[in-house]
Design a protein around this ligand. Sequence first.
Ligand code: C5P
Length: 214
Amino acid sequence: MIIAIDGPAGSGKSTIAKLIAEDLGLVYLDTGAMYRLVTLKALNDGILGDLEEIKKMLDNLNIDIKENSFYLDDIDVSEEIRKPVVSENVSNIAAIREVREKMVDLQRKFSESKNVILDGRDIGTVVFPNADVKIFLVADAKERANRRYKELVKKGENVKIEEIYENILKRDEIDSTRKESPLKKAKNAIEVDTTSKNIEEVKNEILNICSKYS
Ligand code: C5P
């Protein structure tokens, strides 16, 4: 069983995917976190704009995911990968073909012989085009920015809502116009708009869809 949840930044994918995973007893994979790990590594190594160095770095990349914690070179960086500096750079890193090939390969290996739910941008279109259920989650950009803002403030981050809004718009633009696996709704995906809906409502809507299509 494979459930694919795609959609733009801040549409609620990871919150919902975690809840559906619990409810249906699936393993959850946050593929956005994987691109964030690669971005953090490039930032730490000071090679952000250097395509050749990034490609070389991929050969020795040491990332791991254990129970919703994310590791880079055996260090838990679950907090760091959510920082604004990573959000500002991740879409450019995720647009690199070699980065995507490596991540998609890892995502497929991770999902082998498991019942899984994955969230991302290209799960239903590229990673698992034959997924049992495909959801495309959308929400008004202002509301998405507001949700991210609240999340980050709760974690003690000093952020401005305008900057988060700009970052969300910029990421959506890069993610949906890039050459490699752009963000788009798969032909047979079901669109769910989460604007003005609470988490429980969205969860139930998606559980309903899952029970019909799987
Ligand atoms: O889901 P999240 O917002 O954490 O994803 C961070 C970034 O990773 C996205 O803006 C996008 O550039 C990239 N991404 C991707 N493909 C995925 C998941 C995320 O390109 N499957």
